[in-house]
Design a protein around this ligand. Structure first.
Ligand code: FAD
Length: 502
C-alpha cells in the first residue's frame, strides 16, 4: 500500500502532544500501528514549554523530574536508550528551602543525610520526627505504588490489602485526616509541617484540604530529582524524536475540533480547517474537562462523568525570564523554595481566589543544574500557587502588577533582587493556562486531589465511548510528568487489548 493510500485508512489519532500523548503515540507505534498526533499549538510537549529570553529558552512548565525509569523503560521498549536522546543530570541536593529570618535547609536522597541536616536545622527531636515520617511515607509509597500509581486503574482490593498489612499508616488514611493535620502529629517544628505539606501542591492541592496520604509524594522526590540538559523541553524533544523515528506522524498548529461518533464508536476527528481524519481509535490528551464541557461536540460529551473532572486543582502564576541577581543574594541551586511567613494565610487567600500576601515561592534556577553559579544573566522560573478560575477571577492588569509586586517584595525579604524585573510577557496567569489548555479553568493538574477518594474519581484511559481513550495529567495516575507518561502508556495498552469490533 502506498503512503497516500495509507493516510486515507483509519488510524490511531492522538489529540495533543503533551507528555501523555507523546508516550501513547510511541507505545502504539511500537505495536505497529499507524499513528497521527494532532497538536493545536506550534510547539510539541504541552505544559513542557519554554519562553524565549536573552539567555535562551527558559522553562515555564515542569522543572522537577522524578521517576526517570518511566522514560528509560519506554525507550528500552523501543530498542533505544534515553541517554542517547537527552542528558539527565542527577541533582545532589533535592531542593534548598529558605525561611524568613535566615533559616535554610537542604534535603537529599539519603535518609541519614536528611536526618543530620534536620537535626542541625531544628534539633535532635526534629531529626527523630523526620526519621519516623520517612518510615511512614515509605510504607505508604510501598503500599500504593504498584496497585495505585503504576496500575492502569486503582485496584481497590490490592490497595485495601496493602494498607491492611501496614497498620502504622492507618491514621493517615482516615477519611477526614488532612495532610496538615497528620503532619502536625508527626513534627513539632512548624517549618517542617510547612515543608512536607508543600508536596500536596505537586498534584494541585492545598495541604490544609488534601488527604494525608499525599505525604507519600515525598518518597517520589526522595528517590531522586533530575534536571535535563537544555531544560525540560529537551525531554519533550527526545520523545518527539523517538516518536518520529518509530513512524508517528505529527500535525502541529491545528486544533482538533470535533470527535465524530458513529454507532457508539469513534469514527473520525475533525480539524479546525474542516478536514477530517478517519480514526480507528482516538486518544484525547487535553484536559478531560474539554470533553465534558462539550468542546468536541455533543456525542463526545458523555464520554466522561463530570465528577471525574470537577472540582479543579490549583493553578499558578508562573514567571519565566532571564536576569542578573545581586552578588550577595542567597546561594541558589537548581530547585529553591522561599517560604511565606504564614502558610495558613498563603493557602487561605488562594482558597478565596485571591493573590497570596507573603506567598511561598518556588524558583528554578535553570542554569545551576550542573552546580555552576552564573556571574551574569541567568534563567529563572518562579511559581506562585494560585486558585483555578473556578474559584478565582481572571487577573486584571492592575492585579497582574500587584501579583508581580508581591513576588518581588517577598524575594526582597530574602535579599534576592533581579537587576531587571520580569517583563509582563514572562508571566503566565491562570487565565493564560486556560487559554493554552482549553476547559482547564487554569487548573494545571486536572481534577482536585482534595479528597481521599480523588484517585478513584479521576477518569481512567477507558471512556464510555468505544474507541475513545484518555491520557495525561488529568487522567489516572496523573498529575505530573512521569504520571502523565504512564497514563499515555495505559491508554495505548487499553487500545491494544481492546476486543476487535467488526
Ligand atoms: C507551571 C507548572 C509546573 C509544573 N511542575 C511540575 C514538575 O516540576 N514536575 C512534574 O512532574 N510535573 C509538573 N507539572 C505538571 C506536568 O507538567 C503535567 O502534569 C504534564 O506535563 C501534563 O502532561 P499531559 O500529558 O497532561 O499533557 P499537557 O501538557 O496538558 O498537554 C496537552 C496538549 O494537548 C493539546 N491540545 C488540547 N486540546 C487540543 C485540541 N483540541 N487539538 C489539538 N491539541 C490539543 C494542548 O495544546 C497540549 O499541547 C507542572 C505543570 C505546570 C504548568
Amino acid at each position: 500500500m502506498g503512503d497516500a493510500e495509507k493516510l486515507n485508512m483509519p488510524r490511531d489519532v492522538v489529540i495533543g502532544a503533551g507528555v501523555g500523548g507523546l508516550c501513547a503515540a510511541i507505545a502504539l507505534a511500537l505495536a505497529g500501528r499507524d499513528v497521527t498526533v494532532i497538536e493545536a499549538q506550534t510547539h510539541l510537549g504541552g505544559k513542557i514549554r519554554s519562553l524565549p529570553s536573552d539567555a535562551g529558552p527558559v522553562d515555564t512548565g515542569p522543572t522537577v523530574l522524578t521517576m526517570p525509569d518511566v522514560f528509560e523503560t519506554l525507550f528500552a521498549r523501543a530498542g533505544a536508550k534515553l541517554a542517547d536522546y537527552a542528558t539527565l543530570i542527577p541533582q545532589p541536593i533535592l531542593a534548598r528551602h529558605f525561611w524568613q529570618g535566615g533559616a535554610q535547609l537542604d534535603l537529599f536522597t539519603d535518609t541519614a543525610a536528611n536526618a543530620d541536616a534536620i537535626g542541625r536545622f531544628a534539633g535532635a527531636l526534629a531529626a527523630r520526627d523526620y526519621l519516623r515520617f520517612d518510615r511512614l511515607t515509605r510504607a505508604m509509597y510501598d503500599a500504593f505504588n504498584v496497585p495505585m500509581m503504576r496500575a492502569g486503574k486503582p485496584k481497590l482490593g490490592a490497595i485495601a490489602l496493602a494498607a491492611a498489612k501496614r497498620p502504622a499508616i492507618w491514621p493517615a488514611l482516615l477519611p477526614h485526616m488532612t495532610l496538615t493535620r497528620w503532619l502536625a502529629g508527626q513534627f513539632s517544628d512548624p517549618r517542617l509541617i510547612q515543608l512536607f505539606g508543600r508536596y500536596a501542591t505537586y498534584v494541585g492541592g492545598a495541604p490544609q484540604k488534601s488527604p494525608a496520604v499525599l505525604a507519600l509524594i515525598w518518597q517520589a522526590e526522595a528517590a531522586g530529582v533530575w534536571a535535563v540538559q537544555g531544560g525540560m523541553a529537551a525531554l519533550a524533544a527526545a520523545l518527539v524524536r523517538l516518536a518520529r523515528e518509530r513512524g508517528v506522524q505529527f500535525r502541529c498548529g491545528i486544533a482538533a475540533q470535533h470527535i465524530n461518533v458513529q454507532n457508539g464508536r469513534v469514527a473520525a476527528v475533525q480539524l479546525a480547517d474542516g478536514s477530517e481524519i478517519m480514526a480507528r481509535s482516538v486518544i484525547f490528551n487535553g484536559d478531560p474537562a474539554a470533553l465534558t464541557t462539550g468542546l468536541f461536540g455533543q456525542m463526545a460529551q458523555g464520554a466522561v462523568r463530570q465528577s471525574a473532572t470537577q472540582p479543579r486543582s490549583l493553578s499558578a502564576n508562573v514567571w519565566a525570564f532571564a536576569a542578573q541577581i545581586n552578588p550577595d543574594a542567597p546561594d541558589l541551586i537548581h530547585h529553591n523554595v522561599f517560604f511565606g511567613g504564614n502558610p495558613a494565610q498563603d493557602f487561605g487567600a488562594i482558597a478565596r481566589g485571591r493573590i497570596a500576601r507573603d506567598p511561598t515561592l518556588y524558583i528554578c534556577a535553570q542554569d545551576r543544574s550542573s552546580g555552576d553559579t552564573p556571574m551574569t544573566i541567568e534563567r529563572f522560573e518562579i511559581i506562585m500557587n494560585a486558585a483555578s478560575l473556578q474559584v478565582g477571577i481572571p487577573l486584571n492588569p492592575h492585579e497582574t502588577d500587584q501579583c508581580q509586586t508581591e513576588m518581588l517584595t517577598q524575594l526582597s525579604r530574602f535579599n534576592l533582587h533581579f537587576q531587571t524585573p520580569p517583563p509582563r510577557a514572562a508571566l503566565t496567569t491562570p487565565q493564560g493556562w486556560e487559554t493554552l489548555f482549553p476547559a482547564s479553568m487554569g487548573a494545571i493538574y486536572g481534577r482536585s486531589p482534595q479528597s481521599l477518594l480523588a484517585p478513584m474519581l479521576r477518569p481512567t484511559a477507558q471512556t464510555r465511548i468505544k474507541g475513545l481513550y484518555l491520557a495525561g495529567g488529568g487522567v489516572h495516575p496523573g498529575a505530573g510528568v512521569p504520571m502523565a507518561a504512564l497514563s499515555g502508556q495505559h491508554a495505548a495498552a487499553a487500545i491494544l487489548t481492546a476486543p476487535i469490533s467488526l
